[in-house]
Write a protein that binds this ligand. Structure first.
Ligand code: NI
Length: 221
């Protein structure tokens, strides 16, 4: 079993335990990758641009899906994009965020889910090759598409979304390094504007309500 799969299973086990004891919203504080976890993810420094701060989120990107096909912001015309940046070796935060996404989508009417294309974009393109992100995304939701690219392509996509990520060396770990990264889930309207966003730790019910409010309130055009 690959370390990546072990990571998923371990992360989900943590999610199950934490949800069972009612601590889901606090997960980000309890178990970060780095020395201390920030509310939005893994030790994201103060001052990083965020939607809370009014930063403009979104823009053009060019990435690669699991089949090696190029995917851009124009690849899903008429669709809302539900975008999350992370990495497949993430021990805790990413599995939690993606499990929350899955549970939220499960609560929605299929007609609303049909309006949404969920995307998982790795911030670890050196380890996460196309087949890796595809396999990882498939653990969480059948519609979730995993995307990677060259380090330059990933950096450009992350910059468009104001996503912070930074490598944290782990010399004593077989994994070699972890990544601190923003952990916000973005809902982009078909016109490319930010329609809503969800913080790490927002419960699935809150994400479902937020998605429903946007998806029921406007058409897909
Ligand atoms: Ni992560």
């Amino acid at each position: 079993m690959s370390r990546r799969i072990v990571s998923v299973l371990g992360g989900l086990a943590i999610v199950a335990v934490v949800v069972a004891v009612g601590l889901g919203p606090r997960l980000g504080f309890l178990i970060g990758d780095g020395e201390q976890a920030a509310p939005n993810g893994h030790a994201v420094p103060e001052g990083v641009a965020s939607p809370e701060g009014g930063a403009t989120i979104g823009g053009p990107f060019t990435l690669i899906d699991g089949t090696g096909e190029t995917v851009t912001e124009s690849s899903f015309p008429g669709q809302y994009l539900l975008v999350y940046f992370g990495y497949t070796y993430c021990p805790d935060v990413c599995p939690t965020s993606l499990e929350t996404m899955r549970l939220a989508l499960e609560q929605l009417d299929p007609a609303l889910v049909a309006k949404v294309q969920p995307l998982f974009v790795t911030v670890d393109p050196e380890r996460d090759r196309p087949a890796d992100v595809a396999e990882y995304a498939g653990f969480f939701h059948p519609k979730l598409i995993g995307l990677t690219g060259t380090p330059e392509q990933v950096a450009a996509a992350a910059a468009a979304y104001q996503v912070y990520y930074a490598r944290v060396e782990q010399p004593d770990s077989a994994m070699g390094y972890l990544l601190d990264h923003s952990a916000i889930t973005y809902l982009m309207a078909p016109d490319g504007s930010l329609a809503a966003f969800f913080r790490h730790g927002d419960p699935p019910d809150a994400m479902a309500a937020g998605l429903r409010a946007v998806l029921e309130g406007r058409g897909s055009e």
